[in-house]
Design a protein around this ligand. Structure first.
Ligand SMILES: [Zn+2]
Length: 389
């Protein structure tokens, strides 16, 4: 199977680091608002990859986090006039509900940042002892000057990084930092904020460290695949690499970095700050999960695209056709042409060319292939039940 590796910027043959075992980690959501189509695109792509790796008989362990401790949650809950905990719980529950309705397989480990605090503290402590991190009155920062490869994944220059960090949760002007790109590993908390006792007083994790700590705990020192949306490359994934490789002394932390393209709406990137979100639970009131999956998979995961309702209406017609034809398709499955499966594999092995697979399905429907792509066919061959935790 060939996949585009953001680390090398090449399409490469995917081979697991160890035998037949694939260790895969995907950055999860921050529960500070409803699930939107950009989220759905990312998790559909990795759901399909997870299913396909199983299909190819790899032994896959898939871990995903939930960033339930985050400055954005505190900001948004306070502007909504709600305490942060029930606010976070409400959106976490909504995400899981959408996750089930969209027919995503649950990861093998679905972990909250708040359940990983001891590992995070241990990691921060070691980074400080090794001289990669420093403390300023209860805040611990990673010193990017101690990690010469900082910027290697994104390939941005220093000034670009400073600019983008300011837009994405960094604080280049924070006077406590030695360098503008240093980032917080642990921060002090007031009594109203989420907080845990630590060697540096009461505090909470920074954004990037939870993923490094979870990867280490649930998957190990080096992993095969790390995924997320394209906008996580910098500073999030860049910072994960710096922390993890400094901590373990081993590289690469991640063999294949996979990133999903941004989804646009009305001419702009779909984002909370622009307020042009297409909300999944709203779409589900009118359209089926299969139609949504069809639209998402009809776009290649690396191509930015703009969502249009016409496409969804069209997709609903296509999936309805499959439904009405289902019985005859099912009875044909045993005898269905093996050449279809060969084409399916060939296309998926080519950097997950799902748009071409869907074109093929439109011509020659196959319940088994639909099933492999995670469409709810009522005929699931998967041993794993959706929603199992
Ligand atoms: Zn992450």
């Amino acid at each position: 199977m060939k996949l585009y590796n953001s680390r090398t910027r090449k399409i490469e043959t995917f081979t697991p680091l160890n035998d037949n075992t694939v260790k895969m980690y995907v950055c999860g959501i921050t529960p500070d608002g409803p699930t939107h189509l950009g989220h759905a695109f990312t998790y559909t792509v990795f759901d399909v990859l997870y299913r396909y790796l199983h299909y190819k008989h790899f032994k896959v362990t898939y871990t995903q986090n939930l960033t339930d401790v985050d400055n954005e949650i505190l900001k948004r809950s306070s502007s909504a006039g709600e305490p942060w905990k029930p606010f976070e719980r409400k959106w976490s529950a909504q995400f899981l509900k959408d996750y089930r309705v969209l027919n995503f397989l649950m990861p093998d480990h679905y972990v909250k940042a708040s359940d990983t605090v001891p590992e995070i503290i241990k990691m921060v402590k070691v980074l400080q002892e090794k001289g990669f991190a420093y403390e300023v009155s209860g805040n611990i920062y990673f010193n990017v000057k101690k990690f010469p490869n900082y910027g290697k994944l994104s390939r941005y220059n220093w000034d670009q990084m400073v600019m983008i960090a300011a837009e994405r949760g960094g604080a280049p002007n924070n006077p406590e930092q030695k360098n503008p790109l240093d980032f917080v590993l642990w921060q002090r908390s007031s009594s109203e904020e989420p907080r845990w006792p630590s060697p540096w007083g009461w505090g909470r994790p920074g954004w990037h460290i939870e993923c490094s700590a979870m990867v280490r705990r649930y998957l190990g020192t080096q992993i095969d695949i790390h995924g997320g949306g394209h906008d996580l490359i910098f500073p999030h994934h860049e910072s994960e690499i710096a922390q993890s490789e400094s901590y373990t002394g081993k590289k690469p932390y991640v063999n294949f970095w996979l990133h999903t393209a941004m989804v646009m709406y009305e001419g702009e990137k779909m984002s909370k700050s622009l307020g042009n979100l297409v909300i999944v639970s709203e779409l589900l009131k009118k359209y089926s999960a299969n139609a949504i999956r069809w639209v998402l998979l009809s776009h290649h995961y690396r191509e930015p695209w703009e969502f249009r309702y016409e496409e969804l209406i069209q997709a609903e017609k296509i999936v309805a056709k499959f439904k009405s034809a289902k019985d005859s398709i099912s009875s044909n499955v045993q005898t269905s042409k093996s050449s279809d499966f060969e084409t399916f594999k060939h296309l998926m092995d080519d950097d997950m060319n799902t748009p071409a697979v869907l074109k093929m399905l439109e011509k020659t429907p196959s319940i088994k292939i639909m099933d492999s792509l995670g469409f709810a066919t009522g005929d699931s061959l998967h041993h794993k039940r959706v929603g199992r935790r």
